[in-house]
Design a protein around this ligand. Sequence first.
Ligand SMILES: C[S@@+](CC[C@H](N)C(=O)[O-])C[C@H]1O[C@@H](n2cnc3c(N)ncnc32)[C@H](O)[C@@H]1O
Length: 400
Amino acid sequence: MPEAPLTRDEAVADVDALYQPSHDEFARQRMIGVMRNHAFHNLRYAVADEYEKVVAPRLAKEGKPLPQDGHAIDKVMQSEHLYRFYSAIRYNSQEMMYLSVQDPVLRVAGDMIEIGRDATARNPAGGSLRLAENFEVPRYVTAQDIHLAPGCFHSEYTADDLTQGAILQFGSMVGVGGMAHRKSAGVVAQSVSNWLTLKYPDFKPKRILDIGTQSGKNLIPYLDEYPDAELYGIDVAAPCLRYGHAKAEHEGVAIHFSQQNAEALDFADGYFDLIVSSFFFHEVPVPATKRILKECYRLLSPGGVMAHMELPPSKLAGPVLDFMWDWDTQNNNEPSYRAFRGQDPAQLVAEAGFAPANAFEVHVPNRDSFTKEQRVAFFRGEAKAPLHGKGSWFVFGGRK
Ligand SMILES: C[S@@+](CC[C@H](N)C(=O)[O-])C[C@H]1O[C@@H](n2cnc3c(N)ncnc32)[C@H](O)[C@@H]1O
């Protein structure tokens, strides 16, 4: 018999309900969201067009050699007005996205922290939060404000602070137009889990681990496909874990969050059947990426699967797409981005210990953008799945 849902008194309060931007704050956020979307979806492609239709022909006419890779295109384009305009709009709207939610979060920081404490004390949904003492956040996280988010993922300013987790969540909502916690990025997990059920129809993971889980948004949707699975999420950032734990306990979802570096995890060999991540590896230097993939191999049970959603590698892109995607390397405080994309994911998977025949690289269609029939047709290769960013997510991984 299914368990009765928690009553209002038992459930942890919703930390998000405290966030109430004023009229003017909300108007500013809408404006920033529009600017960012315009830069991301329109100006970005206009810049690529400018390169292909104006700048490359001009170089050819002048008898100059054409740039051979994305980095070289970037150097040529830096003196073009449109590219500079695009970069200025994108950089500033990205930074303002987070700045615009700071005040409304900080006004209610005390009450948010109390909800987080209540969640940790009671765990009514059955999850847990395990933070490490004297934890060393890796230098590749602390050295810069990744994504231009002031305070990055890990900064805490008072005891039990979770505000940075809330700021990142609400900031990203400004950028995507205001979707709720479960939906805002959970679309990746919805899509990947759905694809996994097509690829491995008999696969029923008992324990699922999400690395770099932040607040668990792209972990929760795995329950839709695997309702009996136990969920685990690890991250180096305590404020994000506290925020995610408070949200999960409010939503009645049991997640075991812990603060750990994915390069060396404290779980036993073979503890997980499924290990996932999303938007994670492009922020990690290549040597650490290799250590993390080896950890995934160690932690998987025989027959276990790992599936990482990431940016597609350069080998699948070509110079113009590389130029467009690698903008973040220099401009969005993500210095490992280009180096990660320069790797061959299938080779990384094989080097981590997986049999090369069990490695995969695939474009997974966004679940809600296509019908079930269309998704099955993509899966069977009867139709070509769209590229990452055009309706699909790039995913790489392997089966042990
Ligand atoms: C872009 S966020 C990923 C967000 C999340 N997976 C999602 O889909 O919403 C990257 C996360 O990885 C975490 N991180 C970075 N390096 C890490 C490491 N070595 N071990 C564990 N977490 C790490 C950061 O703290 C951050 O929360």
